[in-house]
Design a protein around this ligand. Structure first.
Ligand code: FAD
Length: 473
């Protein structure tokens, strides 16, 4: 086996100066993520600009026995794209592989390189009167390859599904450097095993996605956004039932927001003003969207009247313009930044059946408060997907060194309650490293055998993103 530095020299010859970074100052921006996690420095960062270059980089790593870390926009929330502390991994950044290859507005598909930033994909689709409906807070930085690798969800899942439902075909460089071309633009294709689906959500452990065929929808030409104040989580779930039925299935978002998040949002963006007269314990940010001759205004007004009649809605505001709608969405976006600014906190990403959300919030809050009465619970999320981010801020005066072990203990308490509800400890962020121990502890021997078998089939030498999802071999 050859020395890893030979590999970097070879890569530099093949990809040129722009294609390989090795100076510590240049590597820094590839070693931390949005949540400020940082583990170690990589051997180097390769920045291939074509599928052929990705394949060559991977082939050489395979030949040298060097481990690889595929990296997109490093906005993932489970530390899966960060290089290890041992300094021996090569980061393969897809940032230069960023071409929109083709848009077909009749077939409602587009083919894009994996390094395209999600926002630019949405914009390119819109220019052809089409919508790529994946929508999430990190869309200005995250890449399509990262969205595929994490099977990202986000705000519009209840109408359009997760990445799994939005991808028709993939091109993938396998861990030995061979290229699998599965770029089919077919809406129906039942030929044997669904290989692309295995790659979706595999968090870079089975291969590097280099391109994808995405499924598009007609671009909505009208939408209505409302921010509503509600008395309880029970009322939120009841209103969701009314909204699903009362809005001709045109509901695109139905977000649960607790009062502390409204305050965190105003802290992070001081220009934001609470649009409701009085504070409420819970809020719903909902949106309906459509194209064609549908009276969305009438539809939403009827729903709000019904909600008030049933004492589900205490107060609310319906955006009268696109600018006002953007302002309401600003609460949802800024509250994440507000939480980040509070420093170390527990971030979870769980799912339960929609009908169980109120009982789960109550039981998990009770379990957490019993152990840590001064912590702050912030439960928000995508009601229509049964997906909550049940986050916990430790007491502000707690010593920094005590926070992590304390939050870890609280996380276990939340997960124990979650087990009673038959829930999932990862609804949309994946396992990465941060959720690995809790995931493995709940995997049956048969599930583990199958998962390890899939990994071994794609990556028998264990070189592709080792230690994420499953432990390294
Ligand atoms: P990275 O973070 O770079 O990588 C994530 C994982 O994918 C890593 O394991 C990496 O190795 C692998 N990977 C990256 N690119 C490739 C590739 N081309 N081939 C193979 N593997 C690859 N997620 C949701 O689902 N819903 C949300 O609503 C949501 N909101 C968010 C809001 C904010 C503010 C932030 C910071 C994150 C949010 N996320 C959300 C997390 C989400 O996982 C990421 O934003 C996104 O999907 C990751 O894309 P990325 O390009 O940044 O990937």
């Amino acid at each position: 086996m050859r020395h890893p530095s030979d590999l970097v020299d070879t890569l530099q010859r093949q990809l040129g100066e722009r294609g390989v970074l090795r100076a510590p100052a240049d590597l820094a921006r590839y070693t931390s993520d949005w949540a400020d996690n940082r583990l170690g420095m990589p051997l180097a960062v390769a920045r291939p600009a074509s599928t052929a270059e990705v394949a060559e980089v991977v082939r050489l790593c395979h030949e040298h026995g060097v481990c690889m870390v595929p990296q997109g926009g490093h906005t993932g929330l489970v530390a899966g794209a960060l290089p290890d502390a041992d300094g021996g991994e090569l980061v393969i950044s897809l940032e230069r592989l960023n071409r929109i290859r083709e848009i077909d507005p009749i077939n409602f598909t587009m083919t894009v390189d994996a390094g395209c930033v999600l926002d630019s994909v949405k914009q390119a689709a819109a220019e052809h009167d089409c919508d790529f409906p994946l929508s999430l807070g990190a869309q200005g930085s995250c890449q399509i390859g990262g969205n595929i690798a994490t099977n990202a969800g986000g705000l519009n899942v209840l109408r359009h599904g997760m990445m799994r439902q939005l991808v028709l075909g993939l091109e993938v460089v396998l861990p030995d450097g061979r290229v699998w071309n599965g770029l089919h633009a077919l809406h129906k294709d039942n030929r044997g095993y669904a290989l692309a689906q295995l790659l979706l959500g595999s968090e870079g452990t089975l291969g590097i996605v280099t391109a994808a065929v995405l499924k598009l929808s007609p671009l909505p030409d009208q939408s209505r956004t409302a921010l509503l104040g509600l008395p309880s989580v029970e009322a939120v779930v009841a209103l969701y039932g009314l909204a699903r039925r009362g809005c001709s299935d045109l509901l695109t978002a139905f977000e649960l927001i607790p009062r502390p998040c409204i305050e965190l949002a105003m802290e992070a963006t001081p220009s934001l003003r609470d649009p409701l007269e009085a504070p409420h314990p819970w809020y719903v940010l909902m949106e309906v969207a459509a194209c064609g001759p549908v009276d969305l205004g009438e539809m939403v007004e009827q729903l709000l009247a019904q909600g008030m009649e049933h004492d589900l809605i205490l107060d609310g505001v319906l955006a009268g313009s696109e600018a006002q709608s953007r302002q309401l969405w600003q609460f949802r976006e800024s509250m994440l930044e507000g939480q980040r600014r509070r420093g170390e906190h527990l971030r979870t990403d769980i799912s339960v059946p929609i009908s169980a959300i109120p009982a789960f919030v109550e039981a998990a809050s009770r379990a957490v408060m019993a152990a840590s009465p001064r912590c702050e619970i912030i439960a928000f999320g995508h009601v229509g997907d049964g997906n909550l981010h049940f986050n916990i801020l430790p007491p502000a005066d707690m010593a920094e060194a005590d926070k992590r072990p304390h939050l870890h203990e609280l996380e276990e308490r939340v997960f124990t309650v979650l087990d009673d509800f038959g829930g999932s400890l990862s609804a949309e962020h994946g396992i990465g490293r941060t959720k690995q121990a809790a995931y493995l502890a709940r995997l049956s021997p048969l599930e583990r055998e199958l998962a390890e078998g899939i990994k071994a089939l794609f990556d028998p030498r264990g070189l592709m993103n080792p230690g994420r999802i499953l432990p390294p071999r």
